[in-house]
Ligand binder design. Structure first.
Ligand SMILES: C[S@@+](CC[C@H](N)C(=O)[O-])C[C@H]1O[C@@H](n2cnc3c(N)ncnc32)[C@H](O)[C@@H]1O
Length: 270
C-alpha cells in the first residue's frame, strides 16, 4: 500500500491505531479463546453477546479447508479465535503496528495466518477468494460503499459475510448527544475510551448502500439496556452481562423493540 495515496481519513485512522497498538500491545497478546472453544466443546453459548454471536456464525459455517478473511483485523485477537475454529485465516488492517502485533501473536502461539497492511477500500486479494468474511467494529471506520464493494468482490459466490457494527438509533442517539449525557459518558477522541476522530455509527443511508451491494441481507440485534453496562462494568469483564441477557429476551418477545438495538450483526450472502 502506498502511503501517499491514502485519504486524510485513512491517514488519521492509521496514525490513531498505530499509537493505540503501541499502548495496548501487552493486553492484545493474551487472547481469551473461550468464546469459540466453550461453544465448540458444548460447554457454554452466549447468544445475547454480539461478539460470541458473530463467532458462533463462523463456527456454524465452518467446513474443513475454508478460507476466512478477518476484515480490518486490528491486532489479530479475533483472527486468532477464528483460526482456533480451524479456518485458514487472512487479515488486513491500515495500521502497520496492528499488522505487526497480529503476526507476532500468531508466530508466538505457533498458529498460521496471513496478515498484510491494506485499506478496506482497495483490497489486495483476487475475486471470489474467501468462503467467509468476518468484520468486527470496522465498517464504521471506513468508506462503506467502497469497502462493501470490495468485500463482495473477494467473497465466493454463495459465501457469507458478517459484520458487527454500532448503529444509529434516532431518538436514543439524540439523547446520547445531549450535553448532560456527554458529561457523564464523553465521546471525544480518546485512547482511553477507544474513540477515533472519524468513526461514526452506521445509519439508514449506510444500510441502504450495504443492501444494494448485498441484496440478501439479514440483521441480528443487540444492545438496548446493555448501553448502561458501561457505567458499572469494565468493557473487558469476561462475565455474562445481565443487561445483554435482558435485551436478548426483550428482542425475542417484543420484536418491535429491535429498532432500538444499538448494535447489529449484518449477515450478508453473495
Ligand atoms: C475498532 S478497530 C477493530 C479492529 C478489529 N476488528 C477488532 O475487533 O479488534 C478498527 C480497525 O479499523 C482499522 N482501520 C481503520 N480505517 C481503515 C481502513 N480504511 N482500512 C483498513 N483498516 C482500517 C484500524 O486500524 C483498526 O484496527
Amino acid at each position: 500500500m502506498i502511503a501517499s495515496t491514502l485519504t486524510d481519513r485513512q491517514k488519521r485512522e492509521r496514525d490513531y491505531y498505530n499509537q493505540y497498538a503501541e499502548l495496548s500491545k501487552d493486553s492484545s497478546q493474551k487472547v481469551d479463546i473461550s468464546p469459540v472453544v466453550n461453544v465448540i466443546e458444548g460447554k457454554e453459548t452466549r447468544p445475547w453477546n454480539s461478539y460470541w454471536a458473530i463467532y458462533k456464525f463462523a463456527i456454524d459455517n465452518f467446513n474443513t479447508g475454508d478460507k476466512l478473511l478477518d476484515f480490518g483485523s486490528g491486532p489479530g485477537e479475533n483472527a486468532f479465535r477464528l483460526a482456533t475454529i480451524g479456518y485458514s485465516v487472512e487479515g488486513f488492517d491500515i495500521s502497520e503496528k496492528n499488522i505487526e502485533l497480529s503476526k507476532k501473536l500468531f508466530t508466538d502461539q505457533g498458529k498460521s495466518g496471513n496478515f498484510q497492511v491494506s485499506s478496506a477500500e482497495t483490497l489486495p486479494y483476487p475475486d471470489e477468494n474467501f468462503n467467509i468474511i468476518i468484520g468486527i467494529d470496522i465498517l464504521h471506520h471506513v468508506d462503506i460503499e467502497l469497502s462493501i464493494r470490495e468485500c463482495y468482490r473477494v467473497l465466493k459466490t454463495g459465501g457469507k459475510a458478517y459484520f458487527r457494527e454500532p448503529v444509529d438509533v434516532g431518538i436514543l442517539d439524540r439523547i446520547r448527544e445531549t450535553k448532560i449525557v456527554k458529561f457523564f459518558a464523553p465521546k471525544n477522541t480518546s485512547f482511553e475510551l477507544h474513540i477515533t476522530e472519524d468513526e461514526r455509527k452506521l445509519n439508514s443511508t449506510d444500510e441502504k448502500i450495504i443492501n444494494k451491494v448485498f441484496p440478501k441481507m439479514k440483521k441480528h440485534y443487540f444492545f438496548l439496556f446493555a448501553r448502561f453496562d458501561k457505567f458499572y462494568r469494565r468493557g473487558s469483564d469476561p462475565r455474562p452481562s445481565v443487561l445483554e441477557k435482558l435485551d436478548y429476551f426483550l428482542f425475542k418477545t417484543f420484536p418491535f423493540l429491535k429498532k432500538l438495538g444499538g448494535t447489529v450483526i449484518y449477515e450478508l450472502e453473495k
